[in-house]
Design a protein around this ligand. Sequence first.
Ligand SMILES: [Mg+2]
Length: 311
Amino acid sequence: MIVQAVQAASFGFLALFAGNGRPVATTCALSRRTAWFETMVETISHDEGLLLPEDSKILNRFFRSITASAAPLLLLDYDGTLAPFRVNRFEAVPWPGVRDLLNRIQAQSRTRLAVITGRPAAEIEPLLALNQPVEVWGLHGFERLYPDGRRELEPVSLGARKILDELHTALHRDAFGGLFEPKPNAAVMHWRGIPSPEAAIIEQRTLALFEPITQLEEFRILPFEDGVELRVGRDKGEAVAMLLDECNRCGPAAFLGDDLSDEAAFRAIHGHGLSVLIRPEYRETVADLWLKPPAELLNFLICWLHAASRS
Ligand SMILES: [Mg+2]
């Protein structure tokens, strides 16, 4: 289904339309004169009616807190959350409507927006292509790219650097049939798109190489969907914790993510706002609730836009 976010300027509300032109959801913006958050509850609901009453209460309470906040934090994963997966990751652009809504949220100058991704940070801006630069934490938090272009990397010890260089050389020579990605702080193996019997062998051989290295204190294995990473440095949870720590009198915060690597960020948000699993199918998670992309993600952002527009 193709979904477009369309603004009906004469009425001042937003509606989501399916490819057949039928509206699939109206939005919380309709309720400027009524209880907007209650309208939102009706519009964010899974096809199967799985959005639980408790979820609705959580969303209502959260968006009320955004309305009351001077500086809410909107923290977003990229792949699988704002953009559908592509085997060629450089083709992964946001779902229709996402870019426009993030531009509007940024233009309000109230929300602090940051992307926290497993990719190198520099890959996000050309794909997300917002009107204003956005802060990006890359490599799961190891790298920080500020909106003004400043870039920080965590230091890596000489010993860890040597091990990573050797791993990169070995996996460049033989990636076990998977797609090897070298990172400044990690060696990453992907098997997205590879049939399961071969993928299982790639995973097995990769773990046999990675696991002994985790005996060293700095190294950790980070599993994600269709891949695994051996890495040093901050994870997404530590990146979220840093943002919350340095942010004086801001919040509440939301973190939206899809992958196993986002679970650390969901845990870090606990007690500071809302964690949302964005995924076509439910899986076990510590997130506060689950929304299905793209329609429910768009509705969430529309509700954020309107909650943050209120004084
Ligand atoms: Mg993701």
